[in-house]
Design a protein around this ligand. Sequence first.
Ligand code: FAD
Length: 421
Amino acid sequence: MKNIYDYIILGSGVTGIACGRVLQQKNNNNFLILEAEPDIGGLCRTREIDGHYFDIGGGHVLHSKYDDVLEWIFNHIPEEKFYKMDTKVVIQLEGNEVNFPIELNLWQLPKQLQVEYLHSYITAASQDIEYKNYEDWVKNYLGDKIADNYMIPYNKKLWCIDISKLNTAWLSKIPETDLKLILKTIVEKKANFDESVVSHSSFYYPKEGGFQTIIDSIAKHVKDKILLNTRADTIRYDSDSGLWFVNEEFVAKKIITTIPWPLLDIQGLPEFDFKSEMDNLEVLSNVISLWERDPYTHDNHWMYIPDPEVEQHREFYIKNIAPHSKEGGVMTDINYKRWLENGKKWKAGTPLAEHVNVWSYPLPTTIYKESIRKILDFTKDYNLYGLGRWGQWQYFNTDQCIKQAIDFFENEKDFDYFKIF
Ligand SMILES: Cc1cc2nc3c(=O)[nH]c(=O)nc-3n(C[C@H](O)[C@H](O)[C@H](O)COP(=O)(O)OP(=O)(O)OC[C@H]3O[C@@H](n4cnc5c(N)ncnc54)[C@H](O)[C@@H]3O)c2cc1C
């Protein structure tokens, strides 16, 4: 007789691992985590390559506005085992380097440009309009100078889609500034912001290994519950017993999926047009490359590059974030479509290593939300739940994934999938 698990969790990224660990902390050990890959961690995986800590999902740092999440993480890996740094990010702008957030650092530009950018910002800020979509917001919120020379070219490189298809709900990631604050920075010649303005004005990074060290420290408690190299292909609901069968091999009362919904073949449920809803869930794929350059002469953590002539849209200075990593390590991000268009070639030569992330960003389009809401509302009546970046199809960071796992098991029946937006 097969074991009937209380929960089968699909995926062992941070969401799947956090779900298992929270269940265990609630004294439920009757669960199983299935992972398709030979190792855990998903987008939070790190490879050590020739002394460089290469975060293969892209450069990751830890920051959170949720005290309960930070406390939970620090219970697994003590705070003193992290570097804590004030974030220093730069943007390439018309041949100059300006710190992020751009609107609070216009004072760093040559004087004539300061006047032009400020004039453009004030003109835009005096409009009283409702933004229809992301493109509308970009064009009208920060003024045409910032839009034309940074936001539009940068977002074209990052998303490689028509940005009018993106919604504005995820703008909680964008700094909250206003004209008074901006004028203050120009007069004082300093940005002078805190967490209330920029959500990640400081961050943590493990003193040992890469970002994956955080996931490993949580996963070690549940490692005997994880089956690696085990891809969930089909999940079938048996209406007589009310049980779920994964690949006709594993049986559970409840399923939590943290993997992308479109990868799942869901069987046995009453009529529901999954296909049409899943067609509205679009994904961005990206490629992360590792380079070894000369030792840096700056203390930046990462840089945004809007210039269409440069292949990558972002570069990440590993040694400034992880001082135990080797000199000169740089990770670059490029949209998969641009990478293909460039014939997978780089003007800078051949990287030390490269990793393709097919499932990188759930696209925050103007139409996805209704579809994911319908899927989650329908499936929860059958004890099938979606959590995390893919399960909820939200542009979550790791802390938000953990927050969802903690909150879900507090209030499973009436869990509000969209509360944190
Ligand atoms: C470029 C980039 C930069 C980021 N930077 C940060 C940052 O600085 N800070 C931060 O906190 N967050 C950051 N994030 C977000 C963070 O990576 C995600 O929020 C988080 O890793 C999502 O975890 P997850 O477990 O929900 O999904 P994933 O990490 O994608 O995990 C899903 C898991 O499911 C497995 N899987 C897939 N299909 C199957 C199947 N059929 N059967 C079984 N298993 C399967 C996968 O192999 C994977 O292990 C960044 C993301 C990206 C793309």
